[in-house]
Ligand binder design. Sequence first.
Ligand code: CA
Length: 230
Amino acid sequence: MAAAAPETKGLVLVIEDERAIADLERMYLTREGFGVHVESDGRAGLAAARNLHPVAIVLDVGIPTIDGTEVCRILRADGDWTPILFVTARDDEVDRVLGLELGADDYLTKPFSPRELVARVKTVLRRSQTRGADERVYVVGSITLDPARRRVTAAGVGVELTATEFDLLAFLCRRPGRVFSREELLSQVWGYAAAAGTRTVDVHVAQIRGKVGDASPIRTVRGVGYTADA
Ligand code: CA
């Protein structure tokens, strides 16, 4: 009996110049029910992003013609906020992705497991789908957080947060007073298992505190994790 065609979850654009990696990405994303279109350089990738309207882009940073970070910058400058999962091979590429701040939804460093790839694509998708769906404005302490506009003010002054910093702060501010472990935050905000390292959470909390200053509602609960003070 022929298996029913799996329901498609939408088209993922893979921009990757290493054939073996592109093939692997195609295989695993297809198995998950995504349509997959592959391009091997930045210029063709950018054209495909504009013509095919993918639900997400898996974007290698080191690619010919136009660098991956530049492809992202061009799309964002055009007002195209398709979620992007960057694939990096070296530390300097990670630095370049982090340097993009807003617009870098996430990144994955080679070598990665196919399972990790699939989990991360789902995370960037879920994050973009919940974006804009929440019209409430949250006021926690002297912080005002507007998820629909992805805007944060601390004591009335606008604060620039990266996508992940915003998501983490928003997650806590939506549930003031509730205490979450680092593992819970990793799985809820980043969408993958705690194996990724709970220090990631600490680093992001420190970055938020650095930007928001004394107005930060995030409080460390020793031996447990973090909470946003109501
Ligand atoms: Ca490459």
